[in-house]
Design a protein around this ligand. Sequence first.
Ligand code: ATP
Ligand code: MG
Length: 266
Amino acid sequence: MDSSHDIKGGSIGNLVPENHPRRESLLVRERLTELMQEGSVVPQGLIAHGRGECFDYLLGEKTNDFAMKSIDVSAALLLMSSHPVISVNGNMAALTPRELVQLSKETNAPLEVNLFYRNNEREIKIERILKEAGAEEVLGVGEDASATIPELFSERRRVSPRGILVADTVFLAMEDGDRTEALVKMGKKVIAVDLNPLSRTAMKASVTIVDNVIRTIPLLLKRVQEMKSKRKDELLHMINSFDNRENLREALQFMSRRLNQLALSL
Ligand code: ATP
Ligand code: MG
């Protein structure tokens, strides 16, 4: 099996002892650093990752109930959308390429390269990672990113006229707040994975999954597969009864309670 896109594969895995208490986290850091040197991840992506890791500590590095609830609602929304699109940036392609491709196939949602720091070389590198992970087509590369999102400037505004421009639902992660807000203003539903419940993306999205993409994407894929057999009215009910603000509140309250408990246990 090709292990080049497996976090545990290749040379990195051998450098970190099997019994290291933070093995997973170290492997992920190495993978991102390697892909930064190769050019698909940008240095700013490493800073974003560090910010994410900090919040993951506060979450206990696990998928909590409130995140599981958002994952279920996201699965329902992806299944009920006419034109869902999965927006992929450098960090996402580095962390979970195979699962993203599978999610795209299960939901009929095209993968679109959408970069904050866009250049053709990076687009092509990310496209290659996704194709090596099994993608047949990747939108948003080269001439395909010919449409623009209103209200955003420079390279940040470019999207595919077959993808994000016409999408009714956009799934994204590690996204900038301005762009999330611009997509919501265009009338799109935005599903965001963001470890920081206080980021502008987390606050502006229609459904926020406060969790690590590494855990979320495989879980979301599984829930999409399981929920395909559910009746449409059941899926609609799940979507309509979800309150994102309340869910974010639960995430913050969880962190606050956990910190208190940890403080008392010292
Ligand atoms: P915003 O632009 O939304 O106000 P920001 O400027 O702090 O937030 P960005 O760099 O624009 O952050 O987006 C990166 C976001 O992705 C951060 O909120 C960070 O916590 C989050 N993040 C980083 N790594 C992961 C990960 N593995 N899984 C989920 N979220 C992550
Ligand atoms: Mg930002």
